[in-house]
Design a protein around this ligand. Structure first.
Ligand SMILES: C[S@@+](CC[C@H](N)C(=O)[O-])C[C@H]1O[C@@H](n2cnc3c(N)ncnc32)[C@H](O)[C@@H]1O
Ligand SMILES: [Zn+2]
Length: 373
């Protein structure tokens, strides 16, 4: 028996979790589910109707039903008949009233296109969420939340740039130390684009990168003007691999030489240049975190993001990229970097930090660091 939140699962998890499992359950996605619960609690006031159209074991919905009383109805779906039977068994063994659930076994897109007035839709597929995005946006009410997981992080982060261009319509940038952040910003751009063509304005509220996946929550609004406002935050990233200069720019700001060292610039995009987090929502999530059963890891991640979100930079610096680029032999500890660059750690990587300093100021302080290692 496995316990996750208040759910008890009779499931055998193999050493290597894979999509071959009879009924899919990934214990490493616990934090992913924890955050769904935190967002539901922090964001919604009244009763909510939630949908997990690729529900697998159904543990996500069951946790919502058990831990969040304002979840009035949970709509479960999975193509796999064994998963559907498993979920029905869980509903029974956990004494959930049948009127609180709807269960389907069909293609997620076909179902989503028939549903209406959902407050929360969670797209959590194997791999890329792209095939499901448009369908997921249609049944979502105004001010509803779309949650998106992507496990094709190597595509988004630059290992397979052709696939990224084909699937997401953007060029990634593996050579930047913050290539994961570039990947998340490309994913966000893609979701926004899928909404924009329907005059849906999707604003990212909470994003993170963890283990093998990216996760972003969007608030849906409706109307051409609101959508245009969102679109205005889509641009490009310029990056210099000789001096680590980076800057988010719009079309008119594109250039090919680094303003600091004259090196030829690399670029990525189009991608989201706006904020990755809504600070008010973050604070609320932090306040209410005791109301649901979350793991220590979730708590740690939320705490880190709460600090990180105060810095609005596009991209971050990393100790090893600075040491490598500027040939610092003996690398100082991360705490030294935080102090020298008035930085804050990023949840993206243990050796990364954000700073509000200009790149020119960063270069000046790197020089000081070189003189007094
Ligand atoms: C990564 S799992 C979902 C995990 C689940 N959301 C959770 O929180 O534990 C993906 C699930 O999608 C199902 N699936 C794959 N393609 C589908 C489709 N086109 N329509 C509906 N379900 C699908 C698979 O059977 C699998 O159970
Ligand atoms: Zn440069």
């Amino acid at each position: 028996m496995i316990k996750e939140g208040r759910v008890l699962l009779d499931i055998k998890v193999p050493e290597v979790v894979s999509s071959d499992m009879e009924v899919f359950y990934n214990p490493h996605m616990r934090e992913n589910r924890d955050f769904s619960l935190l967002i539901l609690l922090a964001y919604f006031q009244g009763d909510v109707k939630v949908c997990d159209p690729m529900g697998a074991s159904g543990v996500r919905l069951l946790r919502m039903l058990l831990e969040i009383s304002k979840v009035e109805k949970a709509i479960y779906n999975d193509l796999n008949p064994k998963a559907v039977e498993f979920f029905k068994g869980l509903i029974k063994s956990h004494n959930i009233p049948l009127e609180r659930v709807e269960v389907y076994q069909e293609d997620a897109c076909l179902l989503l296109r028939r549903l209406r007035n959902l407050d929360y839709v969670d797209i959590d597929p194997f791999g890329s969420p792209v095939p499901f995005l448009e369908s997921a946006l249609l049944p979502l009410s105004r001010h509803g939340i779309l949650a998106v997981s992507a496990t094709d992080t190597s595509v988004l982060s630059g290992t397979y740039p052709n696939t990224c261009q084909r699937r997401y319509g953007s060029l990634p940038l593996l050579s930047a130390e913050f290539y994961h952040e570039v990947g998340i910003r490309i994913l966000i751009k893609k979701v926004i684009e899928e909404g924009a063509k329907l005059d849906f304005a999707l604003r990212p509220l909470f994003s993170y990168s963890y283990r093998h996946y990216f996760r972003v929550f969007f608030k849906k609004d409706i109307g051409p003007r609101r959508t245009d406002q969102i679109i205005r935050n889509i641009g490009y990233l310029l990056y210099c691999d000789a001096c680590l200069y980076r800057q988010g720019v719009f079309l008119e700001g594109l250039r090919d030489r680094c303003p600091y060292c004259g090196n030829r610039l690399l670029w990525a995009g189009p991608l989201w240049l706006g904020e990755l987090w809504d600070e008010e929502l973050l604070k609320k999530m932090w306040e209410i975190r005791g109301m649901v059963e979350i793991s220590k890891e979730t708590n740690k991640l939320l705490k880190a993001i709460l600090q990180e979100a105060k810095y609005k930079s596009v991209g971050f610096y990393s100790a090893s990229a600075i040491a490598r680029t500027f040939k610092i032999g003996q690398m100082p500890p991360i705490e030294r970097f935080l102090k020298v660059f008035c930085g804050v750690r990023t949840h993206f990587t243990g050796e990364g930090f954000r700073t509000s300093l200009s790149h020119g100021e960063v270069l000046k302080r790197i020089n000081e660091l070189l003189q007094r290692p």
